[in-house]
Ligand binder design. Sequence first.
Ligand code: SAH
Length: 405
Amino acid sequence: MNSHGAPHDPYLVGLDLRGRRVVVVGAGTVAQRRLPVLLAAGADVHVVAPEATPAVEATPGIVWHRRAYASGDLLGAWYVLAATNDPAVNAAVVAEAEAARTFCVRADLAREGTAVTPATVATDGLQVGVLASGDHRRSAAVRDAIRAVLTGDEAARPTRKPEGVALVGGGPGDPDLITVRGRALLGLADVVVADRLAPPRLLAELAPHVEVIDAAKVPYGRAMAQQAINQVLIDRAREGKFVVRLKGGDPYVFGRGFEELEALAAEGIPVTVVPGITSSIAAPAAAGIPVTHRGVTHEFVVVSGHVAPGHPDSLVDWDALGRLRGTIVVLMAVERLAVIAEALIAGGRPAQTPAAIVENATTGGQRTVRGTLASIAADAVAANVVPPAVLVVGPTAGFLAAQGS
Ligand code: SAH
């Protein structure tokens, strides 16, 4: 309880944070979960922390002050989050905010702050926030029930808590593009092990008691990163926790899902696989590009571009792909667009074939760059395209829907 004593209920309010400075002190998993929501509200987000999780570091649109918190950092802030793992620092942040009469959430000891974060659900232009006198499990459970009513997916909610590990496809980025089953399982998780491309707003909805592990940050010493991730899944499941391994897109499309399934199966741990909407189809679709079209393409091929054509590790027959007439979707290709386009042209694909790149599909930052197979690498450089993005090659990449993007 803060200095104001009696346990009054807090006053629920919606803040207009557009263009307003919000200071987040700390850049761990708690901050990681709040940032997408603050950014979605249009806030001018400043993060103060000497170190950040890879997911925070990769969050576009934040200003990261890479140093320890110092008194004065809250100057000009309208709203503050104290989210470090050091209680003394959090207390100092709350004290500075209090002196400046700025509302401040304290992540480790909610009652010591002057504001609390409700469990929220946002769907279809509606926002619902739930507070339950600090009982986070209750607020999350009520929020989940409200979401089930709003989205009509009550029938899909499992009644018993599942066991083991669920490998869940999180979809391409928009939090509404996870499956109903995936979302229900996420709502039951004790532990979530998330990839960088897992939709961040899904993590923001998790109750505070849920342990969120950033897969990119699992320490792996001499073991391979993938082995270390497998081990975390095994260890938490053995502790009796229900673990959701949340991936971007579909777990089996360049997601290493089957490696994790094998590792878990070898330990006798039950695994549920929940397919997801893959970016290889959804990213083109989000840009108005159908991967097939009757009378135009009778095939689409999804290729990984993470190894350059001609590289000894490459398993792709680029000459064969160059002979295709349908749609080619290349993932993980941003850094190798020029060599990939050259390989397809060398294999026989006409240089004037339409090509498009869709960046950050289905998120607020979605962009499409269009050109031809001959021009697309230079077009991407000119537009400063960065991952995640997909390359689409074929006649449908040139389609322009009447109201498309
Ligand atoms: N399992 C994922 C793919 C993992 S590989 C899936 O099924 O979608 C990672 C690649 O996916 C990225 O390099 C990019 O090519 C693509 N990707 C993932 N999310 C994307 C998005 N929102 N927009 C565009 N491309 C995306």
